[in-house]
Design a protein around this ligand. Structure first.
Ligand SMILES: NC(=O)c1ccc[n+]([C@@H]2O[C@H](COP(=O)([O-])OP(=O)(O)OC[C@H]3O[C@@H](n4cnc5c(N)ncnc54)[C@H](O)[C@@H]3O)[C@@H](O)[C@H]2O)c1
Length: 312
């Protein structure tokens, strides 16, 4: 199968590409190295892929690239490129979010019309839910995001379903719940927590630590994403890690792994951060045959080992 992976130099995209290449797919990977976080991380991710049999890298900005050649002979699109990050989506940077999350998705969908794609898999986010106050989160619930980032991810999800209904583009949207593991973005909590422990600095924990998250190990997210190539078009599916833990639990788990102390510094909760996430996986089980298999301690151990090995 010839697949297009957008955001291939990013955290999840690079793992997805490795997995697809491993099983013999031909991968066209696109990334433009947005400056959202240190480019060296993305270059290392891309370096893992470069030269691999079946891999072609296109350094292009999808908000302006000519998409015809990019989509040439592609069977399945895995659309993971985005401007990520909840906290930085407020204020002046919002235009980056509309450009990379909404405009790029609309352009890709428009260019996908009439191509007979097998599937167009869109990486959505648990942040589309906001705070409904009822858990676990089920796909049919009303979505009221509480961050501008969540608004753009939901807008793009609506675009996918609109192009599916209006033009038959075979879209599936996956709502990832906080993905972690080796290569995790440096703005994300586990990465910052491990980095703080390695540097002997305090970790700023936003809020009282009793907020809960459904954390998903990256290999599980990749497994679900690849399975989505065979899921029924028009579906929106949660992809969670199968357990729900507080941030204080995470701190304790990391303390049991780390060979050095981890100090916590409590900070004010951040605007846009939801209090709880918890995925109902009934639909993912049905349509993706998905059951997460990596628990928090093993996953965190893998991220710790990776970050320890990353040059500064
Ligand atoms: N990591 C998570 O916990 C999480 C949770 C929910 C949803 N998601 C979604 O999963 C996807 C991947 O997330 P990630 O954590 O790997 O993010 P990431 O920032 O590591 O990867 C995204 C990549 O997209 C690239 N990109 C952005 N705009 C582009 C453009 N216009 N043209 C070409 N490339 C562009 C960036 O350079 C980056 O390498 C995103 O869509 C994100 O919204 C991630």
């Amino acid at each position: 199968m010839r697949v297009l992976i957008t955001g291939v130099a990013g955290f999840i995209g690079s793992h997805l590409a490795e997995d697809a290449l491993h099983s013999g797919d031909e991968v066209i990977g696109v990334d433009c190295f947005t400056p959202f976080y240190d480019r060296s991380y993305k270059e290392r991710n891309a370096a893992v892929l470069s030269g691999r049999k079946g891999f072609t890298f296109l350094q292009q900005d999808l908000s302006e690239a000519d998409l015809g050649p990019v989509l040439e002979s592609v069977e399945t699109v895995f659309h993971l490129s985005a401007q990520a990050g909840v906290r930085s989506s407020w204020g002046a940077q919002f235009s980056d979010y509309t450009r990379h999350n909404v405009t790029v998705t609309q352009r890709l969908l428009e260019a996908s019309k009439g191509r007979g794609l097998r599937k167009f898999v869109y990486a959505s986010s648990s942040s589309v839910y906001g705070e409904p106050g009822v858990y676990p989160l089920v796909e049919d619930m009303a979505c009221r995001p509480i961050s501008p980032y969540g608004v753009t991810k939901l807008a793009a999800e609506h675009l996918c379903m609109l192009y599916h209904r209006s033009y038959g583009v075979p879209c599936v949207a996956l709502r990832y719940f906080t993905v972690y593991g080796p290569r995790q973005r440096p703005d994300m909590a586990f990465h910052r927590m491990i980095r703080a422990a390695l540097d002997g600095k305090p970790f700023p924990l936003y809020g009282d630590g009793r907020q809960t998250r459904d954390f998903t190990f990256v290999a599980d997210a990749v497994k679900a994403t690849r399975a989505a190539a065979d899921a029924p078009a028009g579906e929106v599916l949660n992809v969670g890690g199968g357990s729900r833990v507080t941030m204080l639990d995470v701190v304790e788990t990391l303390r049991s792994i780390a060979d050095r102390p981890l100090r916590i510094q409590e900070e004010e909760p951040q605007k846009g951060d939801v209090r709880h996430t918890w995925a109902d996986l009934t639909r993912a089980r049905r349509h993706l045959n998905y059951t997460p298999s990596v628990g928090l301690k093993d996953g965190l151990q893998a991220e710790w080992a990776w970050l320890k090995s990353v040059p500064r």
